[in-house]
Design a protein. Structure first.
Length: 276
């Protein structure tokens, strides 16, 4: 019985720590945190998507975008992005963005990629040298800077569109520590399909420094690590760990990779520990 109550106390502590982490420089922009309509099956505003973590970020897809809960390999955090369509992330006044991590998968059986980002859709800071509209999977995999894996493919596509990661993996980690973004951040995807993705936005230098990096393009599904928290969860038992590699990587309860000095509940090789 004592052990049972200890687990409950640990779970409550874990979620308090997780909430604190969100307010200390990490903002999740996902299906879980998106403000939804009354039915709970779409964004409350498809043209200006807001989030319930009270951080003031607004995602504006050109032309609007229908949202719906979509799950692949136990990951259901993703938002729905249209290919070759500009996206504008409005940054709250007084907030600086030091890093953005993108997680997710390419919808369908083929690869896509992050093509460009910058302060304005008419003034990209960076564009992928391969150009826009590339649909050759081999070119995307071998040459794109930030390719996005479908993660699950049909047998007919396996030879030309290999899957190297688990759905919900980190496919792009953009570091702006030298010159953080303010006001807005714009980006656009290209490739074969629409994208299912979510973001972690780091608003402090410390948060950015502790953030995980993107996984290698051809990492392999046996090594790909994705950890999710059910937004409706009320206990630590709702952590889902998919195929963790036994390499000692340390994660907090929001799925972020952290260093050995991180204090609180951590996950190492699928097991939970209290790091004091």
């Amino acid at each position: 019985m004592k052990k049972f109550f200890t687990l409950i106390a640990t779970a409550l502590l874990a979620f308090n720590l997780n909430a604190a982490a969100q307010t200390e420089g990490v903002v999740e922009l996902s299906w879980d945190t998106m403000d939804k309509n009354e039915a709970g099956d779409n964004a409350s505003d498809q043209f200006a998507i807001t989030f319930n973590n009270n951080d003031g970020f607004v995602l504006k897809p050109d032309g609007g975008r229908t949202q719906a809960k979509t799950e692949r390999e136990s990951c259901a955090k993703v938002l729905n992005f249209k290919n070759n369509t500009n996206q504008t992330l409005v940054i709250p006044e007084g907030t600086k963005v030091y890093k953005i991590n993108f997680y997710g998968w390419s919808q369908g059986d083929n690869w896509t990629y992050l093509y460009a980002y910058g302060p304005e859709t008419s003034a990209w800071e960076w564009t992928d040298p391969i150009g826009t509209g590339i649909k050759d999977n081999a070119v995307i995999i071998e040459q794109a800077k930030y390719p996005l894996d479908p993660c699950v493919v049909g047998e007919a596509y396996a030879a030309t569109s290999p899957a190297y990661h688990n759905a919900g993996y980190c496919f792009a980690s953009l570091d702006f520590s030298d010159e953080p973004y303010e006001g807005q951040f714009c980006f656009v995807f290209s490739g074969n399909n629409q994208e299912r993705a979510w973001m972690e936005v780091y608003t402090t230098p410390e948060g950015a420094a502790a953030a995980p990096g993107a996984e290698d393009v051809k990492l392999g599904k046996d090594k790909s690590q994705t950890i999710y928290i059910d937004a409706a969860a009320t206990g630590i038992e709702n952590v889902t760990v998919q195929k963790p590699a036994e390499n000692g990587a340390i994660y907090n309860l929001s799925g972020m990779r952290v260093g050995k000095d991180y204090k609180g509940i951590v996950i190492i090789n699928g097991k939970k520990y209290l790091n004091k």
